[in-house]
Design a protein around this ligand. Structure first.
Ligand SMILES: Cc1ncc(COP(=O)(O)O)c(C=O)c1O
Length: 410
């Protein structure tokens, strides 16, 4: 990733399909400040507004200030009904991931299962914590459940246990894949059968169209899912507010029972104490302003992502007509939405190819091998559409197509 950043800096004029940055044309500090004020007014509701203000600037509760508002959001948007105490407000989904892994994994014999091409935030956090990670092959729709079964058995035979399986079920980063409803149900059933937890991380769900798949948490009748939430794509990444839903019961050796969220909050008290009050307030005000409708709050951004993704798909179709794809050695998936798609190319998609692509063709992308934990993705690239407008994305795909054709002629 450092290499990718270097390339991006050296070729500022290149069309870059690398960053997964959200659309920011509507970001406004005035809105954020008004949201903070609206949150304070909401909290004060007739009581002392000074006390509500001070609470934002004081040390806050380790579980967070806005768990009740997030619980309300989950109930209205996902049909997930959890008590506010089961929610820990985190510093972005990234901290939530780290906290969940640190709390759940006790020894090297606890295994984290991840998709073969895995979001670097989770593989990196797992590396930081020295966890045992097992990648599982993917189908076009996401994690391969037959393979998952085999991995669980193999680990058990080796004296280890799969503690959790991490998935991005909707328009995944990096693959763009969305898990089918049947696979969601089957994954929950595998978690029950083999006694592991599912870490559901779904920042792109809201961008999968008007009728998204049910979240795993909403289908979870056995408290198998720890849901990781991000507001980076639905509000502002700069707020660094995310959350965890951890309503599982933890049984302690002395017979006490606590909620997993309580244990996670204890860990976080040693990491960041609490998520900043001010940014939680901005997020709280944002939710209130949009009446807890993230689909409406993100309508302009979603239309932008959709248009760029459609343009990318259209240009790929034009540049690589269906009858020629096989011969050219190219292929791609058609995501339900979101930021990313994966493209197979006829050359080794490594750092040297990326360098050539930036220098000679003025187009930058991310090698899928950067995400692959199973040695795969060598001839695949991740295209991120979020930060480009349709015209620039079209230009970028045409540049990439020239690179493919030049390679085949060389
Ligand atoms: C799958 C996935 N999870 C988590 C994150 C990080 O979210 P946050 O910015 O809330 O830490 C990202 C950001 O790119 C992501 O793609």
């Amino acid at each position: 990733m450092t290499f990718l950043n270097e390339v991006t800096e050296r070729f500022p004029d290149a069309v870059s399909f690398a960053p997964g940055r959200p659309y920011d044309a509507e970001f406004s500090l005035d809105d954020v400040l008004a949201d903070v004020r609206a949150y304070v007014a909401h909290r004060a509701a007739g009581d002392d507004p000074g006390a509500a203000e001070r609470s934002l600037l004081q040390y806050g509760p380790t579980g967070g200030l806005v768990g009740d508002l997030i619980a309300r959001l989950l109930a209205s948007s996902e049909d997930v009904h959890v008590p506010p105490e089961s929610i820990v407000v985190s510093v972005g989904a990234q901290e939530a991931l780290l906290l969940a892994l640190r709390t759940l994994f006790a020894s090297r014999d606890d295994v984290l299962v991840v998709p073969g091409s895995c979001y670097v935030g989770v593989s990196g956090a797992a590396r930081l914590l020295d966890l045992t990670v097992r990648p599982v092959r993917e189908t076009a729709d996401g994690i391969d459940l037959g393979e998952l079964d085999r991995v669980v058995h193999a680990e058990r035979t080796a004296g280890r246990r799969v503690r959790a399986c991490y998935v991005v079920p909707d328009a995944a980063n990096p693959s763009g894949a969305t898990l089918s409803r049947a696979d969601r149900v089957a994954l929950l059933s595998a978690a029950r059968r083999h006694d592991f937890l599912i870490l559901e991380d779904s920042p792109y769900r809201v961008f999968t169209g008007p009728d998204p798949m049910p979240s795993l948490k909403s289908l979870d009748t056995g408290r198998r899912v720890v849901q990781i939430g991000s507001f980076a794509k639905t509000a502002y990444p700069g707020l660094r507010v995310g959350y965890l839903v951890a309503d599982q019961t933890v049984r302690h050796p002395d017979g006490r029972r606590t909620m997993l969220a309580t244990e996670i909050a204890k860990v976080r008290s040693m990491v960041t104490c609490n998520a900043p009050g001010l940014t939680q307030a901005a997020l709280g005000g944002f939710l209130l302003r949009h009446d807890f409708r993230l689909d409406k709050a993100t309508a302009t951004a979603a239309a932008h992502y959709r248009q760029t993704l459609d343009e990318v798909l259209r240009t790929l179709d034009e540049c690589f007509p269906a009858g020629e794809r096989e011969r050219l050695g190219v292929g791609w998936n058609v995501p339900d939405g979101g930021f990313f798609l994966r493209l197979r190319v006829p050359f080794r998609a490594d750092e040297a190819a990326l360098q050539r692509s930036a220098t000679e063709y003025g187009v930058i992308w991310t090698p899928m091998a950067f995400f692959a934990l199973d040695g795969g993705g060598r001839d695949e690239i991740r295209l991120s559409c979020s930060a480009l407008d349709p015209a620039r994305a079209r230009d970028g795909i045409q540049r990439l197509a020239r690179m493919v054709r030049d390679h085949l002629q060389s």
